[in-house]
Design a protein around this ligand. Structure first.
Ligand code: COA
Length: 431
């Protein structure tokens, strides 16, 4: 059968796709921009006939009724690798639960726990060779397609055709559902004076010819603007961002001096604005590859002068970073923070940077604290923290003692908290 006929034979309505869901199923969905929003928006309509359905998700783009509505308890549970606002709110009603993970193991460990009955993702229309592109995420999607009993893909005509490892042949898919909709976009945030100061400190750490990774959050995106004077940078990153497009167009990113995948920007998912989606469409300079490969610290470490740049919510005076919870309340996820921080330090000449504002909530609290808030999740253990940057400077922690760390971290805390931090460190005998 020719590819087009095969594709058309597999086209079903959304209702037919939803009819595949049964009691006790484990459904895994594609993440973030690749999330099957049509399917997920209507999943709750199956509730009258199903119970105990586990849905594994990552970085939801919407607050879907199947977990936001408390009446869904017992019908569905959204088990997430990375929380969003809706999941944070749903925690109290027990329709969500967090999956602790380091991103490069997210897919394989979940598969070891439980294989999916159904994988639901998104894709482009098939090309003339019968391949669709998984487009905006390859974090764990290919492994799930290879292991699920049933594969359903929503075809969205707006999705960019990304290259790399994103191709799936129509013969590997059970059902396609046409569902064209605008792609989710991350709002562009204004760069503040604090961001510019942090960006300038980081720029001093990034040497020409380095390969960089920028994490999720406001600061890493702002950092891209601080790198505009650099030469011959390369990209090996979990998340491909708008800032990287700007750096590429400005001639800063050439990928010429990369030691792994020279000439190509490597990422595992892309999330940003239409500018980014247009840029990665059919772009041979960008290779999307599986998260288990891109985020493997040993792979990251093969890049010469690899610099990872991530952010955190709270750091204690010994260097432990809580980047995913506020106290015991899950806020986001570990994602690739530990993967990339460790990987960068395996790289010859590599550096790992945690960049954060010194305070939160209008300077009312210090993000540098003597002890983490009770219940805070340690996303990056202190053994793996290298450089810490705030708007007040750079603290290099690699190889330092606790005594030295306390002094260096207080040196980059907000001045109004420094005396208090010294007194608390003294009381706790942090030396
Ligand atoms: N105590 C209490 N609240 C705090 C806080 C603290 N120490 N630090 C920050 N907050 C609040 C902020 O005020 C903000 O609240 P608001 O939304 O009411 O304004 C909120 O927490 C989020 O802080 P913000 O600094 O705006 O977060 P962000 O969007 O820049 O994201 C992380 C920062 C750390 C949550 C995000 O980067 C993350 O999830 N990282 C882990 C994953 C990762 O690094 N992956 C790397 C590879 S992509």
């Amino acid at each position: 059968m020719d590819h087009q006929a095969m594709f058309h034979n597999k086209l079903v309505s959304m209702e037919q796709a939803l009819n595949q869901v049964k009691t006790g199923d484990h459904i895994v969905v594609a993440m973030a921009g690749a999330e099957p929003q049509g399917f997920m928006s209507l999943l709750h309509t199956c509730a009258p006939r199903v119970s105990d359905v586990v849905v594994s998700t990552c970085l939801n783009m919407q607050n879907y009724p199947f977990f936001v509505d408390s009446a869904m308890k017992g019908h569905f549970i959204n088990e997430g690798w990375f929380y969003n606002l809706g999941m944070r709110k749903a925690q109290a009603q027990q329709t969500v639960s967090f999956i602790p993970n380091n991103l490069h193991f997210a897919g394989s460990k979940r598969l070891a726990h439980r294989k999916p009955n159904i994988f639901v993702g998104t894709c482009t229309a098939p090309d003339r060779h019968g391949y669709v592109s998984l487009s905006l995420s390859l974090t764990y999607e290919q492994e799930m397609i290879e292991n699920a009993d049933l594969v359903i893909l929503e075809v969205n005509a707006n999705m960019p055709r990304t290259l790399g490892d994103s191709a799936v042949h129509v013969s590997s898919v059970d059902f396609f559902v046409e569902h064209t909709m605008p792609l989710p976009e991350l709002p562009v945030t204004e760069t503040s004076d604090k961001d510019r100061r942090i960006g300038a400190y980081i720029a001093e750490l990034v040497e020409d010819g380095s390969t960089i990774q920028l994490g999720i959050g406001g600061i890493p995106n702002a950092v891209a603007q601080g790198l505009m004077s650099k030469k011959d940078l390369g990209i090996h990153t979990e998340m491909f961002t708008d800032g990287m497009v700007d750096l590429y167009r400005a001639g800063v990113i050439t990928n010429r001096r990369k030691t792994l995948h020279r000439g190509k920007m490597v990422a595992t998912f892309a999330l940003g604005t239409k500018k980014l989606y247009d840029f990665i469409n059919d772009n041979l300079a960008v290779a999307l590859m599986r998260g288990c490969y891109v985020n493997d610290p040993y792979v990251i470490g093969q890049n010469y002068k690899m610099v990872s740049i991530n952010t955190t919510l709270e750091i204690d005076l010994t260097g432990q970073c809580c980047s995913e919870s506020i106290g015991h309340t899950q806020f986001s996820g570990t994602g690739g923070q530990a993967d990339t921080a460790i990987g960068a330090q395996l790289s010859p000449g590599g550096k790992s940077v945690i960049a954060l504002y010194s305070t939160a909530k209008n300077d009312s609290i210090s993000k540098i604290v003597p002890l983490l808030t009770p219940g805070a999740v340690v996303s990056l253990q202190r053994n793996d923290v290298d450089y810490v940057v705030t708007e007040y400077g750079v603290a290099q922690l690699r190889g330092t003692s606790v005594r030295e760390r306390v002094s260096r971290l207080i040196g980059i805390a907000h001045p109004k908290f420094r005396d208090q931090l010294r007194e608390q460190a003294e009381q706790l005998q942090l030396w």
